[in-house]
Design a protein around this ligand. Structure first.
Ligand code: PRP
Length: 178
């Protein structure tokens, strides 16, 4: 853990309420679609995926995919590579990619290409956080928990150099704290 306790940007209670709302919206919109495949993007999505998936009232299957950016997230190179693909077949199925954050959009853009090669019936994205001010590619984020300003955020799955992923809230790491 880092020495500094990150300033609260979004409290655990606010996150919980918003995850409830997202789960209700998704459950309603997919009510007549049968099983939906939630694909968590490792590592950052693991807590959001766990909470969101357990609050859905529709049949769902869990998959994971792992990607890696060349370089680090603070200086995006835009180059993404696949580390681990989904295990089960998603052909003809309704898919929701679950992300902790969409920042430059390169990861989601890359994932949409990977998804297309699997020929699902549909693909949407649900991201807890969206940072549009950093967007470098046009991507559609269908379900957004919170739109945030250009701050380095940690907690609820997000890390700073692997620190603070399990913080229960979304916190801000200021440049002086890094
Ligand atoms: C984060 C996050 C997204 C990606 C978004 O992953 O989980 O996958 O960055 O950034 P982008 O929109 O600029 O592409 P990260 O590379 O930090 O890996 P991690 O999830 O394993 O922490």
């Amino acid at each position: 853990m880092s020495q500094h306790v990150p300033e609260v940007m979004i409290s655990a209670e606010e996150i919980s309420r918003r995850v409830d709302e997202l789960a209700a919206q998704i459950s309603e919109e997919y009510a007549d679609k049968g099983d939906v495949v939630l694909i968590g993007v490792l590592k950052g999505s693991f807590i959001f995926l766990a909470d969101l998936s357990r609050r859905l009232t529709i049949p769902r299957t869990i998959e994971f995919i792992a990607v890696s950016s060349y370089g680090n997230r603070s200086v995006s190179s835009g180059a993404v590579r696949l580390v681990m693909d989904v295990r089960g077949s998603i052909e003809g199925r309704h898919v929701i990619i679950v992300e902790d954050i969409v920042d430059t959009g390169h990861t989601l853009d890359y994932l949409m290409g990977i998804m297309a090669s699997h020929r699902p019936a549909s693909v949407k994205c649900c991201a807890l956080l969206h940072k549009p001010v950093r967007a470098e590619v046009d991507v559609v984020v269908d379900y957004i928990g919170f739109t945030i300003p250009d701050e380095w955020v940690v907690g609820y799955g997000l890390d700073y150099a692997e620190h603070d992923r399990t913080l229960p809230y979304i916190g801000i790491v200021h440049p002086d704290d890094r």
